[in-house]
Ligand binder design. Structure first.
Ligand SMILES: [Cu+2]
Length: 406
């Protein structure tokens, strides 16, 4: 729709709009104001409250259709755990008995898979392997002991290609009172960053057509006209083979999808947001911060921090026997890494995917997973933007939201 609009515009009007887009790169905000910091806190997953029931910590998680604002003015329909993308953070202690009551408030099937957690296999959330899918309006109770220590995540395991990029992911952090990382690198503040990638056209088309199919299926079931073959349901492999013998065509034959038709992400998010809505990472000189990196998306992200070498301390939650320093880390799909940044070079520094296709919104730079590491103790005189002769730049509001020099 946006492109068509531009085609129909005259040049003068187009220039006006371009100026508006370029203006976004200088998103006016005072990074150091208290309000900015308070607003920023909302850009990290909030810890889900639990009820203590005997020896169990009980959590309530539901799934429903929701709306997600990726960047100002860019809203999409999505699935969301407890109405947030990412879902709420489940934070427990190692060894806790965890019970999650999962309620499906959509017309689609879902499960929850606990990525990296040593759950009993019946709690693993793989449909038709460990459990039946959780169908519309059904509930499923997941129970497990919180093991092992570290940064993990949960996600839907039904129709994952669609459901995961439609918001069905969240962090699960297993803490240890005797935290080996805190011992080696004392820190007070930590940040969870969950990366994802979205083909918003694919999400829209698939969600719409799936909802249609589900409606049709429910209708036929209600009227006793449900045809198992039509919905590709067979009790045994033999039944399937027999059906094929009699002319049945499985969906992978009729519903062909060329590789080129597979989703190509055009929006890249951190904690459900794309630049300029992405969070800041605040730090002070002399302070260590811990960052928990989770890749819940389909893309490889090559995350690079300017001006620092950070410490790699955990890989998939497992503390590294020998932390090492680097400035770029490859975060492949399904991986988690914990890093420690030492505040030893004050300034405002970018932290972004070095595959610059992922610092775009719908193909336009700047966007995607551009983040900023912001030193709270940056002296006022250092906050002024330099190199713009003739322009009065003492106004703090003129500071770009993040520096754009890659
Ligand atoms: Cu799902």
């Amino acid at each position: 729709m946006g492109n068509k609009k531009i085609k129909n515009m005259d040049r003068k009007e187009f220039m006006k709009h371009s100026a508006l887009v370029a203006g976004m790169a200088m998103f006016p905000s005072n990074l150091f104001a208290k309000e900015a910091k308070t607003a920023n806190e909302k850009l990290f997953p909030t810890s889900l409250p639990f009820l203590k029931n005997g020896e169990w910590k009980e959590f309530e998680v539901n799934i429903a259709i929701s709306e997600q604002e990726l960047a100002p003015g860019m809203k999409i329909h999505t699935l969301a755990f407890n109405d947030t993308v990412p879902g709420p953070e489940i934070r427990v202690k190692q060894g806790d008995k965890v019970r999650v009551r999962f309620k499906n408030n959509t017309d689609l099937n879902h499960t929850i898979h606990w990525h990296g957690i040593y759950v009993p296999w019946r709690m693993d959330g793989v449909p038709y392997v460990t459990q039946m899918p959780v169908m519309p309006n059904q509930e499923f109770i997941y129970e497990f002991v919180a093991e092992p220590y570290g940064t993990h995540f949960y996600h839907c395991h039904w129709g994952t290609l669609l459901h995961m990029q439609s918001g069905m992911f969240g962090s699960i952090i297993i803490e240890n009172d005797d935290d080996p990382i805190k011992k080696a690198f004392p820190y007070e503040r930590e940040y969870t960053l969950i990366y994802s990638a979205h083909d918003v056209n694919f999400v829209r088309n698939e969600l719409n057509s799936m909802l249609e199919r589900m409606k049709e299926r429910s209708y036929l079931m209600k009227n006793g006209r449900f045809n198992a073959e039509r919905f590709n349901l067979f009790n045994t492999k033999e039944e399937l083979l027999e059906a094929i013998e009699n002319g049945y065509q499985p969906p992978y034959l009729v519903n062909r999808r060329a590789p080129a038709e597979l989703p190509v992400p055009n929006w890249f998010t951190v904690n459900g947001k794309s630049y300029p809505s992405t969070p800041y990472l605040y730090i002070k000189t002399g302070e260590n911060i811990r960052i928990r990196l989770i890749n819940a998306g389909t893309e490889n992200h090559h995350l690079h921090l300017h001006g620092h070498d950070f410490w790699m301390v955990c890989d998939d939650g497992v503390p590294l026997p020998q932390p090492w320093q680097r400035n770029t880390v490859s975060l492949s799909p399904g991986k988690t890494y914990d890093i420690i940044v030492e505040g030893n070079n004050r300034g405002i520094w970018t932290f972004h995917d070095h595959d610059t296709r992922r610092v775009t919104n719908n193909g336009l730079y700047p966007g995607g997973n551009l983040l900023a590491l912001v030193y709270e103790d940056l002296p006022k005189e250092e906050r002024r933007v330099g190199g713009m002769s003739g322009m009065k730049m003492d106004n703090m509001d003129m500071l770009p939201k993040i520096a754009l020099d890659e």
